[in-house]
Design a protein around this ligand. Sequence first.
Ligand SMILES: Cc1cc2nc3c(=O)[nH]c(=O)nc-3n(C[C@H](O)[C@H](O)[C@H](O)COP(=O)(O)O)c2cc1C
Length: 192
Amino acid sequence: MKALILMGSPRQHGNTAALLAPFCRELRGGGMEVEMVCLYDRTIRPCCACRSCQSSWDVFGCSQKDDVQEIADSIFCSDLLVLATPIYSWYCTPPMKALLDRLVYGMNKFYGEKRGPSLWKGKAMALLLTCGYPPEKGADLFIEGMQRYAKHSGLQYLGSHTERHMGYDTVFMDSGKENRTRAFARELLEQR
Ligand SMILES: Cc1cc2nc3c(=O)[nH]c(=O)nc-3n(C[C@H](O)[C@H](O)[C@H](O)COP(=O)(O)O)c2cc1C
């Protein structure tokens, strides 16, 4: 069983990273293989809507030559995708949004002359989020969007966990956040 963490924060030692440390430890402790891709270290161009991916139903097939094909290959080898991101303007950060757009077309062959398959159908998805507003007002729209994205793509949506950041002059991580994040990882292990 393998988890692929798509890490969407530009701050490699920030709040999302602080949640990921115990989260990944717990997954690995439960026997999961864990791979992490830091999206800000990769080149991920926006989808240009050329739709060339729709002419091949057995491969990802994007015409753009950047790091997304390699990320798609890692997704094909994974059972669980974890989108780990701070909330920026009520959604995920820009490289994650660009990746989601590239994947929703390249993986879902729904947009050509005939409707084709979802190449990632059946894989699981979960969200690990940080935001500044109370989670029900900060992370709700992204959670809703990803639930719809998962349903549309044939992915199994397993759930989300959000922790609030009270400001850059405060210490983010504490034992409560660590314990809740580890409990979320255990929930995911139980669902697989
Ligand atoms: C450009 C920017 C936009 C943000 N937009 C939101 C937002 O819409 N809602 C929210 O609750 N928090 C927002 N935040 C706060 C971050 O989500 C929060 O500080 C988060 O914990 C940062 O995580 P990081 O340390 O991993 O980058 C924003 C922060 C930045 C820098």
